[in-house]
Structure formats: C-alpha cells, structure tokens
Design a protein around this ligand. Structure first.
Ligand code: XIL
Length: 392
C-alpha cells in the first residue's frame, strides 16, 4: 500500500521533488523511481566547454540581454570575495529580502529603508540594474498585518505602501515584481486565484489596483507579474500555465499597466519533465500578448542527486543549459537572474524552521559559483546558453 503524505511547497522543494511529482502529494514508492530518471540526465560525455573568460553579464550583454542575481545584504558587504564576484558577474541585482514587507515595514505607520537604500546605492555605483521584489505577496507579511489590516483600510494601506516604496526608487528600479504568486490552481476558485489575505480583504481587483498604483508611482519601471511552477510538462504546471495566461490576457484586456511575466524557474535537478517545445509555445503565447519575459529566480535544486560532486555538477549543468537554451530562443525574454550567485548563500540551504543558513559544509550545489566563489559547470552552462542565444 502506498502512503500519501501532504507536503507544503517549501518541503517539496527541499525534498527535491517539486518538478518530479508536479503535485503536492508524494507517494513514498515514487522516490525509488528517482535513480532511473537520473540515469537519463547523467551523461559524463556531455561537455560544457566555454570559450574565453568573459563574465556572465558580458556574455548576456553581447546578446542584448542582462544577467543578475538575488542577494542578501550581509554577504554583499561582509564577504569581499563574494562582492568582487558579484560585481564581476552581475549586471542586475535583486534584493532577496530587503524590499519585502517584513523588511520594510516595522509597523503599520512606518518604513525602514536602511538596507534597501544601501543596495540601491550599490547598484548605482556599480552600474547595475536594480530589480524590485515584491509589492504584493501572501508571504513575508509582518506580524502586525493580520491584526491591523482589515477590509476597511486595506486599499489605503496597499496604496500608501506602493506609492512610498515605488516612489522612493522611481527611475532607479528597472522592473518591479508588482504581484508575486497570485495563482494557486488548488484554490478551488473558478479564476484560480490564490486564497491570500489580499484576495480575502480586497477581492480579485487587488491585482489590477496594485499595477495601476505602481505605474503612477513610477511610469518608467517595467511592471512584472511573477510566478512559480510554470516550467514542467506536468498536469499541475500545465494547469498553472493556462491559468497564468488567462490572468495576463484579462489584465491586458482591461488596460492594466502590466509589461512582463517573471518566471521564477526554481528547477529540480532530478526532474526529466522539462519539455522545451511545450515551454517555448507557452513563452510564445505570453509574448503574443505584447509582454516581455524575465527569468527571475533561476536555480537548480540538487537534492536527491548522486553524492559524487562531478556527477552532481554535470546533471545540474545539463538542466541549466537545456532550460536556458530553449528559453533564450524566445526574443521576448530580456534577462535572466539566478536566485543567488554562490552556493554558500543559497536559500535552499536555509533551515526550515529558523530560516537561517545551515552551517558549512553542506553539499548543495544549485548555483553558478561554488561555496568558495569558483566557477562551476553550472556557470559554464549559463555562459554557453548566452553565447548561443540569438541577438536581441
Ligand atoms: C525566499 C528567500 O530566498 C528566503 O531567504 C526567505 O526565507 C523566503 O523567501 N519565491 C520568491 C522569493 O518569490 O521571494 C523567495 O525568496 C523564494 C521563492
């Protein structure tokens, strides 16, 4: 008898089964199939040769694209080698924490811009694009939110938040993730909207309201709807692609100032469910709405891969190159960001309960640079994808 366990999204990711199961439940017996799936990805003869030493940002720029990464303030300002690597490789920066509500909003009436300002200044002095993440999300809400926000004051509070934050960085932010993760096909709603505090308090119009308010506060920023779970040829991802397309069409039809889809792309190294043709047709559909596309949070989870580092890196690199070389064929794609640059600071190594990074050594290798800041095969894979991408 197979026992079914209910898992939340973070646990699914940490178990490394998101892209494999495609659903929120995992039959214990399925884990055994993993090794079979991996055999297909693990090809020691596949080479990831790269010509020259140019950085990722240079290779992206040569094709009219940009490359960047998410970053936490402490490593950037305390780890010299990491900072030098970040400046070398990245043409764009997205604060991993510092523009979220929990960081910016100590209480209902004040804002703390200390860290976000430091990061904004850093991007200016280093000629990098700054991405804003994120204005409306069901996670990262401060504890006061539930106690103090209600249907009578929610619109005013959201409007004030967006005006203040977007206004402060107007003309500095390249693109804002205005709304993050609003679709949940398991919500049981006809419109597939996630049952979030925003939806409960404001109804479905909160999305359009957020985009309109952001456009007023900074008419120059690219306004993005950002989503996860879109990448694989699974029933759930397909349903999500359909729901997201419907949402985007609807927003465009109503004249909402939305300019791009952000695809998080938290990939699973153990999944063989990526279907480049299907995915490209989805990207084509998004592009035909007149929207740009950004890959916003790319990483490749390598849990459940062989322990041997050479094999592990080989598989992760194959996943990066297969994904990016398909995606970059679509000319509406304007940039790629990984969710972190070095394995040392990956969110995938956060302890589930405390949110703190696990102490070194840990074996996760999901990002372009290793824990010591050296380029890995994953770096080569991304470089190769940029090198072979058509010019914009
Ligand atoms: C994550 C951060 O990386 C973690 O450090 C934090 O504990 C939780 O949030 N999708 C998103 C990001 O849009 O904001 C999330 O970032 C990762 C998943």
């Amino acid at each position: 008898m197979t026992r079914k366990i209910l898992l939340n999204r973070r646990q699914i990711l940490q178990l490394g089964l998101g892209g494999l199961t495609g659903i929120g439940t995992l039959a214990l017996g399925q884990a055994k199939c993993l090794s079979k799936q991996l055999e297909k990805l693990d090809n020691p003869n596949r080479k990831f040769t790269v010509i020259g030493q140019a950085s990722l940002k240079q290779r992206a720029a040569a094709k009219g694209l940009f490359y960047g990464a998410a970053v936490r303030i402490n490593p950037l300002f305390q780890d010299k080698k990491f900072r030098a690597n970040f400046i070398q490789e990245c043409g764009a920066l997205v604060p991993e924490w510092d523009l979220k509500w929990t960081s910016l909003r100590p209480d209902i009436s004040s804002f703390n811009f200390t860290y976000a300002d430091r990061l904004a200044k850093f991007t200016q002095s280093n000629g990098m694009l700054l991405r804003g993440h994120t204005l409306v999300w069901h996670e990262s809400l401060p504890t006061w939110f539930q106690k103090e926000v209600n249907s009578a004051n929610v619109a005013k509070i959201l409007q004030q938040h967006i005006k203040t934050v977007v206004g402060r960085y107007a003309r500095q932010v390249h693109s804002w993730d205005v709304v993050n993760e609003a679709i949940d096909i398991k919500s049981g709603r006809a419109d597939n909207l996630r049952n979030t505090p925003w939806l409960q308090l404001m109804g479905p119009d909160y999305i359009e309201f957020a985009f309109r308010t952001a456009a007023q506060a900074d008419p120059h920023a690219l306004l993005v709807y950002n989503e996860y779970g879109l990448d694989y040829d699974s029933r759930d991802d397909e349903a999500k692609r359909v729901a997201v397309l419907k949402l985007l069409k609807d927003l465009k039809w109503r004249g909402t100032p939305i300019h791009a889809l952000g695809i998080q792309a938290h990939l699973n190294g153990a999944s063989t469910l990526f279907n480049s043709q299907k995915f490209r047709s989805f990207l084509g559909n998004v592009a035909s709405l007149g929207l740009k596309i950004l890959i916003t949070e790319l990483d490749v989870l390598d849990k459940n891969l062989p322990e041997d580092t050479t094999k592990r890196d080989q598989i992760v690199a194959a996943v990066y190159e297969d994904y990016l070389s398909a995606v970059l064929q679509e000319k509406a794609v304007i940039g790629v960001l990984t969710w972190g640059l070095s394995d040392r600071y990956t969110w995938l190594a956060e302890d589930n309960s405390s949110g703190k990074l696990l102490p070194l050594p840990f074996s996760l290798r999901p990002l372009p640079l290793d824990v010591n800041g050296n380029r890995k095969l994953a770096w080569n894979a991304i470089a190769r994808a940029f090198d072979s991408a058509p010019r914009r």
